[in-house]
Design a binder for this molecule. Structure first.
Ligand SMILES: C[S@@+](CC[C@H](N)C(=O)[O-])C[C@H]1O[C@@H](n2cnc3c(N)ncnc32)[C@H](O)[C@@H]1O
Length: 255
């Protein structure tokens, strides 16, 4: 309607030829600007860029969508910066993206030698798009880990697998839900490194996640297994983990 009104006004003002000339001149403005991230989708043969309002999507039964606002993918450049800043090796670790959306972070993580890559997403449509993207993905960079598994679940209902974890939170959850997930993670026995893009976590340090890297765009927290084992009655775990306690960065590589 607005376009029609504009054209009528222009016809009155400029006449037919003048209007046609103006239309041709404005064409470049009408063609959508192609950002480098769209280019990434195109090059990798995936569909991750377009944002979505969570309110418009079907949510996994039992999922709490009250807090979720929108799907928005991580910028590949930010993901790369995060991985460059991440202290310690990732071999043998499980990567978990809480609120994995269309799976962009899962695909970006597949270029690193994680043992496995998991994504937890509660919006059904986004989860299905992630499954498709994983099938279709092609990249010039070698995928070091092909064990990628998106899981349809609410983040608070998901239980992480045993072993050392690298966890990504990219603006996924409201504070109350985040607290539930962090409480679950704080009971985990392995070492945990948490990458938080866009929100502070465990600000009072109560759960033992210490910030080890602070960047304008993200913070990386770490919690070594010894801190967990003090909560566990099994003293063997304590002994076994004592030599690994300082920092995951100082631990031997497992490759
Ligand atoms: C900002 S997007 C991040 C997407 C992806 N991690 C990335 O960086 O490309 C946040 C995602 O979290 C999901 N989400 C929000 N609350 C959730 C919950 N309680 N359980 C699972 N997923 C959730 C949303 O559906 C959305 O896809």
């Amino acid at each position: 309607m607005r376009l029609l009104r504009k054209i009528t006004r222009s016809l009155r003002k400029r006449g037919l030829v003048g209007t046609l000339v103006t239309c041709v001149r404005s064409l470049p403005e009408l063609v959508p600007h192609r950002s480098p991230v769209h280019w990434w989708d195109e090059q990798c043969n995936v569909d991750t860029e377009e944002t979505a309002n969570i309110g418009d999507l079907e949510i996994y039964p039992g999922g709490d969508d009250l807090s979720a606002v929108m799907y928005m993918p991580i910028e590949p450049e930010v993901f790369q910066m995060v991985m460059e800043a991440l202290p310690g090796a990732v071999q043998g670790c499980t990567f978990i993206d809480y609120g994995s959306g269309k799976g962009r972070a899962l695909l970006l993580a597949s270029h690193y030698p994680f043992a496995q890559i998991l994504g937890v997403e509660f919006a059904v449509e986004l989860h299905h798009t992630a499954l498709r993207n994983i099938q279709q993905y092609r990249s010039r960079v070698v995928q070091e880990c092909k064990a990628i598994r998106p899981i349809l679940s609410d983040a608070t209902q998901f239980r992480p697998p045993a072993g050392d974890l690298v966890v990504l939170f990219h603006n996924p959850l409201a504070r109350s839900l985040m607290e539930k997930v962090l409480a679950i993670l704080s009971e985990h026995r392995g070492a945990i490194r948490i990458i938080s893009v866009g929100a502070e976590i465990d600000s009072d340090g109560e759960l033992g996640f210490k910030p080890v890297v602070r960047h304008q765009r993200f913070t990386i927290y770490s919690r070594s297994p010894a801190q967990v084992s003090t909560r566990v009655s099994d003293s063997q775990v304590l002994l076994q983990r004592a030599d690994e306690a300082a920092d995951p960065g100082t631990r031997p590589r497992r490759d």
